[in-house]
Write a protein that binds this ligand. Structure first.
Ligand SMILES: [Fe+2]
Length: 491
């Protein structure tokens, strides 16, 4: 393995011992490297995949102005590229306006999610209006670029998918920003997105074409400010949401950002892909909050949507948390907010909603074969987490036709990433491919990339590939075939 180290960035963070999310698998990593001819620890690098796996992490760089929340960290992207049985690796911070300003100032300039409004020394970005746009939440590939986004609605930052060079801010980024969880329809090359804000109409929805041009942008009027995190789509429709968990409007008048579960149903807005506000059909459903959806598709008069229904969206403080962290840790502990794999049926003829759990286990961060996005699909892949912690420790594959499932559990001290599905070149059917994940090994203080053959899921990793440094834990990831990167769509 040949490794090139880039010049170091300025780091002013000193004290990490006090914070549970600055240690262990969440220990920040600062080095930016290029590495070639990665070494195989076990198995062999498949020669039947060609593309990139990109995963983000959130890295605290400066001594915080207040109390650090693990989602405040600056976005760092980690990319492994596969071609003809060889693999290379690169990682980079996303050079956001905020990252650059703090590098120049030599200190933190913005407070975080857990801090009182007004902590920041400079005007904030996004829906909250007081935070730094860290571009640390989600990553996709669209129109030939890596696109990095932030959950509080920031700008879409672009990086080159070969070199990871920074290519600035997407020209289509609207004034109210773009939320994390833009959606890619690989069959058309379109990107669907939404944003939200504290001012009317509170939400917009848009489509960016496969050349990176804004093709559609319309308001989705809501009764007040909301906190959506994800959306879903079918071949013809996009599905936005209005969940009862959102900022308390009275407290918001005093700049207090307290999320409450209000006594009202969940609502879903179904709009044709290029629809206008008057085309929106609203559906009511059981109250919950959903961080992430899986897939959605049309079936006769119905739209079917799968996602993770939270049974306890406002969890009680985590009893075993270190002092001062009980609330923060509960809200990022799946075993506290209890998401379950869930299916909604929206009947476009009658306006009725039908819904039920597909599994009673605590699961989230789902992935599926993106060639089936917006279309009927059969296989879903979810993650399991360590109770009390935002740490992935295994994967579950579901056959949604038969109800069967298979699982992989990592050994003690080994933690995974969100793991997208990688179709084999010339794949014959939907699950003909691999799950790909980075692993943090706390036992050896190393990281690796693993591949699980989805046709023999229970066998565990069929390849383990060494990464040149131990990485930090993070949130989201993407797989993009090289053909999709080059052509902008896969027909
Ligand atoms: Fe997310």
């Amino acid at each position: 393995m040949k490794v090139e180290n880039l010049p170091p960035i300025l780091v002013t963070l000193k004290n990490t011992n006090h914070h549970p999310y600055m240690q262990g698998a969440w220990t920040p990593v600062y080095g930016e490297v290029n590495a070639f001819d990665l070494e195989v620890i076990e198995g062999k690098i498949p020669d039947d995949i060609d593309g990139i796996y990109v995963r983000n992490t959130e890295i605290p760089v400066h001594e915080p102005l207040g109390r650090y929340h693990p989602f405040d960290g600056d976005g760092m992207l980690h990319m492994i590229s596969f071609k003809q049985g060889k693999a290379s690796y690169r990682n980079r911070f996303v050079r956001t306006r905020g990252f650059v300003a703090e590098q120049e100032a030599g200190q933190a300039l913005w407070g975080g999610l857990a801090d009182p409004y007004g902590t920041s020394l400079r005007p904030g970005f996004g829906a909250h209006e007081g935070l730094k746009d860290s571009s640390s939440t989600d990553v996709v590939v669209h129109a030939g670029k890596i696109v990095s986004t932030f959950y509080q609605c920031g700008e879409a930052y672009l990086l080159n998918p070969d070199t990871m060079e920074q290519e600035g801010i997407a020209g289509w980024s609207p004034l109210d920003g773009v939320s994390a969880h833009t959606k890619i329809d690989e069959s058309t090359g379109e990107m669907l997105f939404f944003n939200y804000s504290k001012h009317a109409p509170y939400m917009h929805y848009g489509v960016v074409d496969r050349h990176g041009k804004l093709a559609h942008y319309v308001p989705i009027p809501l009764p007040g400010p909301r906190l959506p995190h994800d959306m879903a789509f079918t071949a013809s429709y996009s599905i936005l949401n209005d969940f009862p968990l959102h900022w308390d409007e009275q407290l918001l008048q005093r700049n207090l950002h307290a999320a409450r579960l209000h006594p009202k149903p969940s609502r879903f807005a179904i709009i044709p892909r290029y629809g206008k506000p008057e085309d929106i059909r609203w559906f009511e459903a059981d109250p919950t909050y959903v961080l992430h959806f899986l897939n959605a598709y049309e079936n006769g008069d119905e739209i079917i949507m799968d996602g993770y229904f939270q049974e306890n969206p406002t969890p009680e403080p985590l009893a075993e948390a270190p002092e001062g962290f009980a609330g923060l840790m509960a809200y990022i502990d799946e075993h506290s907010f209890r998401p379950k794999l869930h299916r909604w049926h929206f009947n476009l003829k009658t306006g009725a909603t039908r819904e039920y759990h597909l599994d009673d286990r605590i699961l989230e961060f789902g992935m599926f074969n993106q060639r089936y996005a917006g279309k009927p699909y059969r296989y879903a892949y979810s993650t399991t987490t360590k109770p009390g912690w935002f740490l992935f420790k295994g994967f579950v594959k579901h056959d949604l036709h038969t109800g069967e499932s298979w699982s992989v559990e990592l050994e003690e001290g080994r933690y995974a990433s969100e793991a997208p599905f990688v179709p084999r070149i010339e794949a014959k059917d939907e699950d003909d491919g691999y799950l790909v994940s980075f692993i943090i090994d706390e036992n050896t203080q190393t990281s690796e990339c693993i591949l699980i053959d989805c046709k023999r899921f229970d066998d565990g990793p069929v390849a383990r590939i060494a990464i040149p440094h131990k990485i930090s834990s993070g949130t989201h990831s993407v797989w993009a075939d090289r053909q999709f990167i080059t052509d902008g769509k896969i027909s």
